[in-house]
Design a protein around this ligand. Sequence first.
Ligand SMILES: Nc1nc2c(ncn2[C@@H]2O[C@H](COP(=O)(O)OP(=O)(O)OP(=O)(O)O)[C@@H](O)[C@H]2O)c(=O)[nH]1
Ligand SMILES: [Mg+2]
Length: 244
Amino acid sequence: MHEIEEDLTEKKLKIVLVGDSGVGKTSIALKFCNDEFSRQYNPTSGLDFLKKNLSLGPYKNVTLHIWDVGGLALHGTMLDKYIYKAELIMLIYDVTNSSSFDVLEQWLDTIENIINNENYNENKKPLMVIVGNKCDMEHQRSVKREKSHRLAAEKNLIYNDMSARTGESVSLCIANLAAKVLGVQLTQMDQDFCKPIVTAEIGDSVDMMSVQRPIKRQPNKKTCPNDYPIITTLPKSSAVCILQ
Ligand SMILES: Nc1nc2c(ncn2[C@@H]2O[C@H](COP(=O)(O)OP(=O)(O)OP(=O)(O)O)[C@@H](O)[C@H]2O)c(=O)[nH]1
Ligand SMILES: [Mg+2]
């Protein structure tokens, strides 16, 4: 295949998920990449990586590299490395937990400071979106829609609700955002492909007690994708996940 043709069909994007601990970043990533959901809460220590290939408009092979950042990274020293060269940053909160929404402004300020200090080229700045997760628990919503929409409007950011548990909006939202970054429109076929079969378990709810009691997870052995140089300079034996 000629280089130009290849360029038209193959792309890769770095998507970073940030937000308070327990808001569902890992759950969104796992739902999107593997179509799985667990009610068990295993806090992410440091960072996890997932990958998914999609067809988006003319780009038939887009690899989305998902960087799933642990909630504690806000107060760590690695956040600038994690968001380095991100094309899309999803700032996630839990619609049933107002403190996870309140802390979003801190995430935003910190990330904006990093981006501005790094002298990012204006047209290379990441697309930033606010995501309200756990919208399957509408009856327990504690952050009013107007409030979240107001913040998004004030900061000039896109806003989306989703549920990692049922899958509602997860794939379509991420695919739409990735398409926006690439400057393309999703075809009807792409959109149909992203529509989830929304699932709900009858008489079953997430064990919120487990959300309060983090279970310490061993750092995993996943390695950083080798095309993001800033992280690959770390010693091989120290997975990024333990660096917080
Ligand atoms: N009801 C409901 N529960 C969810 C949803 N998404 C995640 N959860 C639950 O919320 C808890 C925390 O989810 P995680 O995905 O581990 O949260 P996280 O943001 O990755 O947390 P850290 O890694 O600590 O930053 C788990 O018990 C999940 O099952 C959702 O959409 N709906
Ligand atoms: Mg996590």
